[in-house]
Design a protein around this ligand. Structure first.
Ligand code: NOJ
Length: 767
């Protein structure tokens, strides 16, 4: 028998009904009056979003500006991509004196910090620290809003199981539960928790709705082939949680689902998002996603625009589909005025909620930027946060933390780079003022510290150039760039090896360039790029111990490194204070406490690779060799090199026995699972205790493990703490074959431990 939990869609319907019966809110009355005075063209104008001329802060608003022309015609509802308050004031004034005089909304890709750059989102997820994550969004909101921005294209909550996809860097990993918790924290951080927008709080735009991270073979923009059930269980939770937290807007994704691109997918945009999750804000398309439906093969621009608005898309980013064709579609009866009114109302509501009708210049105070961005306080937080976003994968002979008196050679193309600490989507960062790894180490060390670039990134110069400068070549085609590979690899390597040989320990700083992950940056090879790998091999020959400090936007295949390096510290792109935060960990100022949120593969052939996979009828143990007629590879193990949830500390933790307050529960009761964790090492350190469940028999198949709880605790040496998890029907539920969220009767394995593999199991019966 299955027990159905409260149907969310019913609740949503009820609240809709009640709100319909209640008196109209002030907002509704205001917008009624406003819309009664608007022409259809002006309403359509509100549905149009354009970028400013590139991502620029030095922008002069003139009558030749395309956006000014649109504003004068009343054909623009918002602008994104500029943080230049003076220019925004000009735009706002023009908006107010044109058409229906409706203020603009100003958007921006604020992804991991604004001027003060924090680690990339994948990095911040490895902190498992929701408090710090929320605070990072809070700071980003304050900085962005002081630059005129009131709408951020964040959080990016796409679950991704395939490290080949470059945008794995922008999300929070492979787990929907953790992703959901982080999504909420980000929404609260940006928007605040009271449902009102203060002038330093901004509206979120949750992206990319939906399922973008399921791109087939990790190739960007690719089709997504998932069943509804798998989509709901494995991917949708973060989008749903963000709606619960009150996210103000969503961005429709580029991919298709069930044969319909997201931007025209009624099931996603209306049935799920609004009717099930109760979302009542507006949905903007991703950039040019509307016109891209022509290439998807759904029709011409007029047709795809009509399909989009009818499916529930409200705003068109950079396609000019709505503004260019909806009037015609209305005249031809292809869309109704109600379709246009509905979308327009949602956008006006967002502007109302932001307080823009009361004060269109609420966010446009030019005096704020000087004191509220890139402050010492924000940088201090960037350092504190980045310390928690590093994952120690290996530490043989406790080589870390390093002795401050050791002679250190900091080697590699990332050793003294500031800008490569920024990561993807850091358009407003102060790259030149970042702290490089070498600088951080030199400042913290008492010994002699040398540095050397050591190698190119790739042996293929054209490839390196196209990756490093590819983005800029699109935005600034006339710009000239520094020549790469100016020094021969032999010279670079000889210098590095000499310095390494003269040191006590090598800190090898290698990895991926910023532009090797993020949008349009898929890879089929997940290794450290060839030129750098050669450097590591040469360094290995010196016989000196090597600490590998990895800068990366994705999980990499580190099989050789795991056998040949003495320590491996994954630092992602660690942001503005990278060097300080990395030195803090390397010298033991703090113990590393990050844990992986994506599985690290042994071979790219294992991708997609994720811990919460299902069993097959012929399961094969993760770490046993090939066996005919079982689900495995002839040439590789099934298990990851480093699993989800894994990360070492300088300390050690002893987990006591896991206990359940009862062995049985009914669906309307609750059981407490608890475990005592003791710091048995010599360092004060943090540990993330993880709770997983497994439904032994269910009416449709379920993953072998599912994360359903975690708590990050801090313990002094010798200190212990009992961690408790409340387990109820919600903890155990899933979407069954009929797509109902249910807790089924029967036995569940309740598993607790330090990562997704080292788990203690108890059985809980639901009756
Ligand atoms: C395309 C990206 O997919 C999206 O993440 C971003 O917010 C928009 N461009 C706007 O820059």
């Amino acid at each position: 028998m299955r027990i159905k939990l409260t149907s969310i869609s019913l609740l949503a319907a009820l609240s809709l009904l009640l709100s319909g019966c209640a008196h109209k809110s002030e907002m509704d009355k205001y917008i009624d009056v406003l819309m009664s005075k608007m022409t259809v063209e002006q309403k359509i104008g509100q549905l149009n979003l354009h970028s400013a001329a590139g991502f620029v802060s030095a922008l002069r608003v003139t009558e030749n500006d395309e956006n000014v022309k649109l504003l004068r015609k009343g054909e623009l509802g918002g602008i994104y991509g500029t943080g230049n308050v003076e220019a925004m004031i000009e735009y706002q004034k023009i908006a107010l004196e044109s058409g229906a005089g409706i203020p603009l909304i100003f958007g921006m890709d604020v992804i991991h910090g604004y001027e003060t750059t924090f680690p990339i989102p994948l990095g911040i997820s490895t902190s498992w620290n929701l408090e710090l994550i929320e605070k990072s969004a809070r700071i980003a909101a304050r900085e962005a809003s002081s630059c005129g921005i009131n709408w951020v294209f964040s959080p990016m909550v796409d679950i991704c199981r395939d490290a080949r996809w470059g945008r794995i860097a922008e999300g929070n990993g492979e787990d929907p539960y953790l992703g959901g918790e982080i999504a909420k924290a980000m929404v609260y951080g940006y928007q605040g928790r009271d449902g009102e927008y203060a002038s330093d709080e901004v509206m979120t735009c949750v992206k990319h709705y939906a399922l973008y991270g399921g791109a087939e073979s990790g190739r960007d923009y690719n089709s997504v082939f998932l069943s509804r059930q798998e989509a709901l269980n494995g991917y949708m939770r973060p989008y749903a949680e963000a709606a619960k937290a009150g996210a103000g807007s969503y961005m429709s994704s580029f991919n298709e689902f069930e044969g319909i691109p997201s931007s025209a997918n009624k099931y996603l945009l209306t049935d799920l998002l609004r009717d099930t999750y109760g979302f009542d804000g507006f949905v903007v398309s991703d950039a040019t996603a509307v016109v891209e439906m022509v290439a998807h093969g759904l029709g011409d621009l007029q047709e795809v625009s009509a399909l989009a608005i009818q499916a529930g898309l409200d705003m068109d980013m950079n396609s000019d589909g709505f503004v260019g064709t909806l009037r015609k579609s209305l005249d031809e009866g292809r869309v109704s005025e109600a379709d246009i009114d509905r979308a327009c109302r949602r956008i006006l509501e967002a502007k109302y909620k932001l307080g823009l009708f009361e004060d269109p210049f609420k966010y446009l105070d030019p005096s704020r930027k000087a004191t509220q961005t890139w402050t010492d306080e924000n940088r201090a937080f960037a350092r504190e946060f980045a310390r928690e976003c590093q994952v120690l994968l290996k530490n043989d002979n406790a080589i870390l933390p390093l002795d401050r008196n050791a002679k250190v050679a900091v080697i590699g193309p990332f050793a003294d780079s500031k800008s490569e600490m920024a990561g993807t989507w850091a358009t407003s960062s102060h790259n030149n003022e970042f702290v490089s790894i070498y600088e951080g180490i030199a400042e913290a060390s008492n010994g002699k510290v040398s540095k050397a670039e050591g190698s190119w990134i790739f042996n293929d110069k054209e490839l390196e150039e196209s990756i490093k400068y590819g983005l800029m070549k699109i935005f600034a085609p006339n710009m000239s760039f520094p020549t790469l590979h100016g020094t021969s690899k032999t010279v670079l390597m000889a210098e590095a090896v000499a310095k390494a040989a003269a040191s006590d320990v090598i800190i090898a700083c290698v990895g991926e360039l910023n532009n090797m992950s993020g949008e349009g940056a898929s890879r089929t090879d997940l290794g450290i790029p060839d030129a750098q790998k050669e450097l590591l091999m040469a360094l290995k020959k010196t016989g000196k111990p090597i600490v590998l400090v990895l800068t990366t936007g994705r999980p990499l295949e580190l099989t050789w490194e795991s056998e040949n390096m003495d320590a491996i510290l994954v630092t992602w792109a660690a942001g503005a204070e990278a060097g300080h935060a990395i030195a803090d960990v390397i010298y033991g100022e703090v113990s590393p406490s990050g844990k992986l949120t994506t599985s690290f593969p042994r071979s790219v052939g294992q991708e997609p690779l994720y811990y919460n996979h299902k069993n097959t009828g012929r399961p094969h143990p993760d770490y046993e060799p090939y066996k005919k007629f079982t689900s495995c590879y002839t040439d590789e193990l099934n298990g990851p090199l480093y699993p989800f949830g894994f990360g070492l500390s300088y300390s050690s933790f002893e987990y006591g026995p896991v206990s359940l307050s009862q062995d049985e529960m009914s669906p309307d009761s609750e059981v407490i699972a608890s475990v005592n964790v003791k710091n048995t090492g010599n360092y004060e350190a943090k540990e993330t205790v993880q709770l997983y469940i497994h439904d032994v028999y269910s009416t449709s198949t379920r993953p072998v493990k599912e994360l359903r709880g975690f708590e990050k605790i801090s313990l002094k040496p010798g200190e212990s703490r009992t961690v408790e998890f409340r387990i109820n029907a919600e903890t155990l539920s899933y979407f069954n074959h009929e797509l109902e969220w249910v807790c089924e009767e029967g036995d569940y394995e309740i598993m607790i431990g330090p990562d997704s593999e080292r788990l203690q199991k108890r059985t809980l019966a639901v009756k």
